[in-house]
Design a protein around this ligand. Structure first.
Ligand SMILES: Cc1cc2nc3c(=O)[nH]c(=O)nc-3n(C[C@H](O)[C@H](O)[C@H](O)COP(=O)(O)OP(=O)(O)OC[C@H]3O[C@@H](n4cnc5c(N)ncnc54)[C@H](O)[C@@H]3O)c2cc1C
Length: 289
């Protein structure tokens, strides 16, 4: 089986989960060929990628993208042009009876479904954190980016508000409604700063105006896969868990010993986050000296 693996480039390096796609291809025993596409001036990037990959796709059984905004946009377009099948947000891949089986979360992450791919090529976007990044990755061939696009960019308006890159963060300190106030929510920021991480939040924390929406983790926010996720005053609703369940190590602080967040935590601390976070901040600052 042959896999075409798309490396989404950011500042000259493969972004997000792009490198992990090499391991995803290995999981189905496919020989991987890595490609990338440079952004072309005045052309929507999705159009460029769709065109370049469609032209390159001949002879490949599987085409893999990271499940980024771009990856999820191009998979159905490429599959439609090639007469293949598209699946977004895969967290597992395997082969059974010669057919590719894709596992992906459904119903906001509360259940998993297995899909057997019937058409070729299988155009799949893979969720970050689902496969380990390989120690070494092949050089990616740069594909032609001279697309004749029907869509032209006439103006770029920067998003208002604070930009935060939660998806690539290795440490996230997330606060929930249990932090009680904007002032106490600031403890999450203080701990994140001390650890060199970024702040995440549940939807109620955002709706309370404690932090901008760009920090929301979950079903209607961002999907994150940091090495360390500290959740303070977060109950662990499925809509939040579906965004952070791929974190490698989870520490939960909640005053309710029965809170659902403890069911996914590697370490659970039962207590008042407003008292525990200052102790953690003090300890981390001491170690940073
Ligand atoms: C369609 C849809 C999409 C959604 N998308 C998202 C999403 O993307 N992200 C998201 O987060 N939510 C989302 N939600 C909302 C979600 O269902 C939950 O309501 C939300 O995640 C709960 O947030 P929370 O844990 O901050 O609040 P709560 O559920 O109210 O929990 C607060 C927790 O804090 C604890 N606590 C209270 N005081 C303290 C203290 N002093 N110290 C320690 N612990 C304390 C409590 O015991 C409790 O467990 C969505 C809902 C819907 C319907």
């Amino acid at each position: 089986m042959k896999a075409l693996v798309f490396f989404e480039m950011k500042d000259g390096s493969p972004a997000g989960a792009s490198l992990e796609l090499i391991s995803a291809a290995a999981a189905i025993g496919a020989e991987a060929t890595a490609v990338c596409v440079a952004e072309a001036d005045g052309v929507i990037y999705e159009d460029t990628v769709t065109d370049a990959i469609t032209k390159k796709a001949d002879g490949f059984d599987v085409i893999l993208f990271a499940a980024t905004q771009i990856g999820k946009l191009v998979t159905p377009r490429i599959a439609a042009r090639l007469g293949g099948a598209s699946v977004n947000d895969a967290i597992g891949l395997k082969v059974e009876d010669g057919k590719i089986i894709v596992t992906r979360p459904v119903f906001g992450g509360t259940a998993l479904e297995n899909l057997q791919i019937q058409a070729s090529p299988a155009v799949i976007s893979v969720r970050g954190g689902s496969f380990a990044a390989p120690e070494t990755a092949p050089e990616a061939e740069a594909l032609d980016n001279a697309t004749e696009s029907k869509t032209k960019i006439t103006e770029v308006i920067a998003e208002a508000g604070e930009a935060v890159n939660l998806e690539d963060a290795t440490i996230i300190v997330a606060g929930g409604r249990g932090m009680g106030s904007e002032e106490d929510f600031g403890l999450c920021k203080e701990l994140a700063d001390a650890l060199g991480g970024v702040v995440g939040a549940t939807r109620p924390a955002i709706e309370s105006g404690w932090i901008p929406r760009s920090h929301q983790v979950g079903q209607s926010g961002k999907i994150v896969t940091p090495d360390l996720y500290i959740a303070a005053g977060v109950s662990g609703a499925t809509q939040h868990l579906s965004g952070m369940i791929g974190s490698k190590y989870i520490v939960a602080i909640n005053k309710d010993a029965d809170a659902a967040i403890f069911s996914v935590a590697d370490i659970g601390i039962v207590g008042d986050a407003k008292k525990i976070l200052p102790l953690m901040i003090e300890e981390v600052k001491k170690r940073n000296k």
